[in-house]
Design a protein around this ligand. Structure first.
Ligand code: ATP
Ligand code: MG
Length: 547
């Protein structure tokens, strides 16, 4: 699929930097997730941008765990992030942890202390907050602001050695308590936490703050373009202040872009954790979740996600993507990539009385109508089939294109059949359709009469039992976060299970395989599948369904 790349102002900046010979002609980016949850669709945008720009310009992209909050982070989250980045199709240059740099960050902190650019503040966190000022009023200097470098060094030594309890002191950058930018009002750069760290071990008693850590980690790795979302725009002066004050050997350029928002979708790890922990969904990889794990389980291909990100582009303007736009990209991708199969979701039995008991034929049908390279599969046919209950009508409306008593229809890839008798149980439910086949219609049109349309079918003795899971939107409001409590907008009917479906045998395949089920939609094989039962997840319907 060749497509014109959407606007991406960062691509232009990098191209211009390269043309001007900046950064010795190098491009180094990084994707810096905090391992405090599973990655979501918003992160996909950032991953595709960071890895995409590095690949496009012959540069490199690191995966860096931004792990400065020991209480919230763990190895399970870290492993899931590595798996997801790989699955999306990207290779990192170096795998790093911000905590790898704790020793260097500490050295830089002492350097700031010696320069008179950082001080130990012994106010309580409430006092610090109260003295920070507001958007309209300047802050108030801490009474500890003028401690000498010697005293600060001494106190910081003690903090590092674990001699003080959590919250008793912090290290602050000495910038300007009257700055119109609140981030510049002597931001805290180290806090005391007597907590074990999943990667850095048990020895650290002080932990650096995000803003201080991020710019220095970028610098240490030689990142040239530090791409982040717009909420960090007001933090850029601090990013630059730390690097300039320390006169570091290189100074990465922070560039902000608009985050991804999508209708009917919540993209915030904090909220997603809540959905998982309060059991509103069945885990991080629930196919209704916008996590990469959930999208993958639902059958959304990595190629579709990359294509989606390329198409939405990168800008400075916040916006919200329509869910139908996302689904259209996925549908187009799967239309090209997914093999075709026949699965009957709501089966009704159909007997062909003009064929003997035990009759069997094997067809070879193309996996993809437009792509012969995708090959063929064997489809068994017999005198007993299943068709969709909805494909038969006792009282067909005008222009009915399917089966009815006395009417003819083509079985996809097989014969034209005519319904001769409807068998019902005592309650009046249809339990079987008896039909006659026209032996002269295999691969050709019937003579002298017309078949109504084409329906899909599965041979009953060969059928594989299947459970089909139909997913709707997880939320029933376009902007769940606009509600007082986003949980109130959860869609109570977001999962419907059809557990008597019948699949043609070739539907069995590896977990995650995607199909277009003829006349139904795109589905993927769920990991809950076993030897007795195939489980299929609806990825996206064949056509837009509306909300
Ligand atoms: P969340 O609010 O969901 O926890 P985060 O920004 O705190 O997200 P991080 O793990 O810190 O999560 O994010 C790693 C990178 O992904 C950051 O550079 C961040 O800007 C980017 N990112 C996060 N959410 C989005 C989004 N919705 N759109 C684009 N980029 C995003
Ligand atoms: Mg974060």
């Amino acid at each position: 699929m060749s497509e014109i790349p959407a606007a991406n102002f960062i691509r232009n900046i990098i191209a211009n930097d390269l043309a001007a010979g900046k950064n010795d002609g190098k491009v180094c980016t990084r994707f810096p997730p905090e391992p405090n949850g599973y990655l979501h669709l918003g992160h996909v945008k950032s991953i595709c941008l960071n890895f995409g720009m590095a690949n496009e310009f012959g540069g490199s992209c690191n995966l860096r765990f931004d792990d400065t909050n020991p209480e919230k982070e763990n190895a399970e989250y870290m492993d899931s992030i590595k798996k997801d980045v790989h699955w999306l199709g990207f290779e990192w240059h170096k795998l790093r942890h911000a905590s790898d740099y704790f020793p260097e960050l500490l050295e830089y902190a002492y350097q700031l202390i010696d320069q008179g650019a950082a001080y130990v503040d012994s106010q309580s966190s409430e006092e610090i907050r109260a003295n920070r000022g507001t958007l309209t009023e300047p802050g108030t200097n801490s009474p500890y602001r003028d401690r000498s470098p010697e005293e600060n060094r001494q106190l910081f030594d003690e903090m590092v050695a674990g001699k003080h309890p959590d919250g008793s002191h912090v290290l602050r950058a000495k910038i300007n308590m009257a700055s119109p930018n609140i981030n510049m009002r002597d931001p805290v750069i180290y806090r005391i936490r007597h907590a074990a760290h999943f990667h850095a071990g048990d020895d650290w008693k002080v932990y650096p703050m995000y803003d201080y850590t991020h710019c220095l980690s970028d610098m240490i790795e030689g990142i040239t373009h530090s791409l982040c979302t717009l909420e960090f725009e007001d933090h850029r002066p601090l990013y630059d202040w730390v690097l300039s004050t320390l006169e570091t050997p290189c100074h990465p350029q922070q560039i902000e872009f608009a985050r991804l928002n999508m209708e009917y979708t919540v993209l915030s790890k904090r909220r997603l954790i809540q959905l998982v922990q309060e059991n509103h969904v069945n885990g991080w990889d629930d196919p209704r979740m916008p996590t990469i794990a959930g999208l993958r389980r639902r059958g959304i291909p990595a190629s579709g996600l990359r294509r989606f990100c390329e198409k939405i582009g990168i800008s400075k303007a916040d916006g919200t993507i329509e869910i139908s736009y996302f689904e259209n990209v996925i549908r187009d991708t799967l239309n090209t990539e997914a093999a075709r199969r026949m699965v009957v979701l709501n089966p009704i039995k159909l007997s062909i009385t003009s064929l003997p008991e035990g009759h069997e034929e094997i067809y070879r049908l193309p996996n993809h109508p437009q792509n012969p390279e995708m090959g063929e599969r064997e489809v068994p046919f017999s005198n007993t089939l299943y068709i969709e209950a909805e494909d038969f009508s006792e009282n067909p409306p005008a222009k009915w294109k399917r089966l009815a008593l006395g009417e003819s229809v083509r079985l996809r890839g097989s014969y034209v059949i005519t319904c001769e008798e409807v068998i019902k149980d005592e309650a009046g439910n249809i339990i079987e359709l008896k039909c006659r086949h026209d032996p002269d219609t295999l691969g050709k049109n019937p003579e002298g009469y017309k078949a109504n349309g084409v329906i899909h079918w599965v041979s009953a003795p060969h059928a594989v039992d299947a459970e089909v899971r139909h997913y709707g939107l997880l939320f029933n409001q376009a902007n769940p976060m606009a509600a007082e409590n986003f949980l109130d907008t959860l869609n109570p009917n977001s999962l419907q299970v059809l557990d008597h479906a019948k699949a043609e045998p070739a539907t069995r395949a590896d977990i995650g395989t995607s199909y277009q089920l003829e006349r139904q939609g795109y589905y993927a094989i769920d990991p809950d599948s076993n030897a007795d039962k195939l489980v299929l997840n609806l990825t996206v319907s064949l056509r837009e369904t509306g909300k």
